[in-house]
Design a binder for this molecule. Structure first.
Ligand SMILES: Nc1ncnc2c1ncn2[C@@H]1O[C@H](COP(=O)(O)OP(=O)(O)OP(=O)(O)O)[C@@H](O)[C@H]1O
Length: 607
């Protein structure tokens, strides 16, 4: 059970806070030297903060005495000089302390923030595909959770060192000084604090639910925005700008309502706290004046106690802010550490390094269900012969891409075994296994950057000549030369077909013994398809190739064809054999042939 799951079960404030502290500790620990320095400065600062009230007390009492002496001005000058010197020196000390505190506090914040962000990135990269397939973890949701989490945590760290700690240590020392001056005055100040804490805690408790809701709304809003940007062509072509705008507006209104509720509650509690604080000031004044009139202390004590009480009550007046920040951190950190501590999502691999791979796959009784519960493969058993080309055929949703996902070890079968060269896929070290696999999809991701860098992604240490050669093999080179900036052109500006060729060039550069092609020529024009087919035919030699394609020419050439239907393997064999069986393959083949209008084509070619 992760810390966060525990937090959800025992959803009490202090337990959540403890969990937050535990989670944050490893990130703060590396800076313990700096933290120790900041704490020392804080302690010195807290003592320095009591100097002024004590001096004021001393000054007023001495002035009162001087007034009773014959030559008060002459005697008073010395006192004035000493007091001014101490006050100025104290102020200089304070400035130095605050500078050090702020500087170290900021430094700790920046460093912890960058460590948290990097950790999130590093962790995400280790997670299984199934983690990203979960609806909660889609782009936008995940992004908001991580960004908000880091933001709120670093704000908490910063404020802890800049606000919370100095204020509270000042408060504790001021309280000790008050007790030292008079026990009843100290007690009076002490009594106010728990009341204030209680009210602040109630406020935090009331606000927590709304803040949680707000977090969900923010994630949805972010996701919605990203969706709009991604699907702007579809939105415009269906003239759905208004509908999309309304969806966002509804969410915006929900958020607005939520934020107003939060503010309303905050104002009610703020007023209550302010009143309680004022009661404290009044009580301190009454008690001190009584003690002064009673002759138990000098008149300077009135001013001193007010100033000391201000030192005690300063953190109290900040308490709501601190609670807000801690709450924010608790809410957003919850989601953040959920992402970070998801040990179950970490992709585990075996110890065997895939070397000199021959490329023979055995799939035995494999079942697979996606995280959303969709069963995509049922009891699939097949062999992918090494150095042969296998085509996977089936209607949409039959499970073809899913099978490739399992062969790449992106997902783990529910049960059943997949072996490569006689070794279970599970036992291979993931990176080394995937180094031996080249994957070209129907729609391939193009990274932000130049055409050159996008091809280079296939082999980061490739030479310039190797990149150009791969580009030539993918029939991309000539087209790149026509671009205004050649290989330095932003790859995202290329057409779908050109981007597809980048993916194929990457494959040539990677040069792996196993190749999976998931509709590799789907977005290419006829000439490019023919070119790429020739290139792929050349690269197929001596490699294990699995091709998913709706293109008959690519299917009929395969050595073996496996036919999937609704997640079941229904037929296997050569094109000729499967055609003769007159089953699912024949049905798909005939339909594809009919869609090509072969009769008309043959007539045309004959003429
Ligand atoms: N990430 C996912 N999460 C949940 N279900 C999925 C996911 N990917 C695919 N599926 C479902 O699994 C089933 C098989 O999908 P798959 O992509 O393997 O089909 P396919 O045969 O490759 O189809 P197509 O030819 O349309 O690409 C489908 O019903 C699909 O809806």
């Amino acid at each position: 059970m992760t810390v966060q799951q525990g937090m959800k079960k025992n959803d009490t404030y202090s337990q959540s806070f403890k969990a937050l502290f535990r989670n944050l500790l490893p990130f703060v620990k590396p800076y313990k030297g700096m933290i120790a320095g900041t704490l020392l400065l804080t302690l010195i600062g807290s003592f320095a903060a009591q100097v002024n009230p004590l001096l004021v007390n001393e000054t007023i009492n001495r002035v009162e005495e001087l007034l009773r002496q014959p030559d008060p001005i002459v005697n008073g000058m010395r006192l004035l000089l000493i007091i001014s010197a101490i006050m100025l020196a104290n102020e200089l000390l304070n400035i130095g302390i605050q500078f050090g505190q702020k500087y170290f506090g900021e430094k700790i914040r920046i460093q912890v923030g960058s460590d948290l962000s990097q950790k999130a990135v590093d962790r995400l990269l280790t997670y299984k595909m199934s983690f990203f397939a979960e609806s909660d973890n889609q782009t936008g949701y995940l992004e908001t959770r991580i960004n908000r989490g880091v933001e709120s945590l670093i704000r908490l760290v910063q404020n802890f060192f800049l606000d919370i700690l100095p204020l509270f240590s000042t408060a504790v020392i001021a309280l000790v000084v008050m007790f030292n001056a008079n026990m009843y005055v100290g007690l009076m100040a002490l009594v106010i604090i728990p009341v204030y804490f209680f009210v602040s805690q109630r406020q935090a408790y009331r606000l927590k639910g709304w803040r949680m809701q707000l977090r969900g709304q923010r994630e949805r809003k972010n996701h919605g925005l990203i969706n709009i940007i991604d699907s702007i062509t579809v939105i415009k072509s269906f003239v759905r700008e208004k509908t999309e705008g309304e969806k966002q507006y509804e969410l915006q209104m929900e958020m607005l309502d939520n934020q107003l509720q939060t503010r309303r509650t905050s104002y009610v509690f703020e007023s209550l706290k302010s009143f309680i604080q004022q009661i404290g000031v009044v009580l301190i004044i009454i008690l001190t004046v009584y003690l002064v009139l009673n002759g138990q202390m000098g008149i300077g004590a009135i001013m001193m106690h007010i100033m000391l009480f201000r030192n005690v009550s300063a953190p109290i007046s900040q308490l709501h802010r601190i609670y807000d920040q801690v709450n924010d951190a608790l809410i957003y950190a919850d989601g953040f550490f959920d992402v970070l501590d998801n040990d179950d999502a970490v992709e585990v691999g075996g110890d065997i390094k895939a070397k000199d791979v021959e490329g023979q796959f055995e799939v035995n009784n494999v079942n697979f269900t996606y995280p959303n519960g969709k069963k995509a493969l049922t009891d699939v058993s097949l062999t992918l012969e090494k150095e042969k080309t296998t085509a996977i055929v089936g209607l949409s949703g039959a499970g073809k891409s899913t099978l490739i996902n399992l062969l790449c070890k992106f997902y783990k079968p529910d049960n059943g075994v997949i072996k490569l060269d006689g070794i279970e896929l599970e036992d291979y070290e993931n990176g080394s296994l995937r180094d031996n696999i080249g994957l070209v999809l129907q729609k391939n991701h193009i990274f932000k950057g130049t055409v050159y860098d996008n091809i280079l992604y296939g082999k980061l240490d490739a030479t310039h000549d190797e990149v150009i050669e791969a580009s030539e093999k993918a029939f991309l080179h000539e087209q790149v030369l026509l671009l205004p900036e050649g290989y330095n052109t932003d790859a995202s500006n290329l057409s779908g077909g050109q981007q597809q060729r980048i993916a194929i060039a990457r494959l040539f550069l990677k040069n792996p013994p196993i190749i999976f092609l998931d509709e590799p020529t789907a977005s290419l024009d006829a000439i490019a398809t023919e070119h790429i087919k020739m290139s792929l035919d050349a690269i197929k030699e001596g490699r294990t190739v699995v091709i998913i394609s709706h293109s008959l020419s690519q299917i009929v050439e395969a050595d073996v064809i496996h036919v999937l239907k609704d997640g079941y393997l229904v037929e296997s064999g050569s094109h000729e054999n499967l055609y003769k069986i007159n089953g699912e393959y024949r049905k798909i083949f005939d339909a594809s042939a009919r869609s090509l209008n072969l009769d008309k084509m043959i007539d045309t070619i004959a003429v």
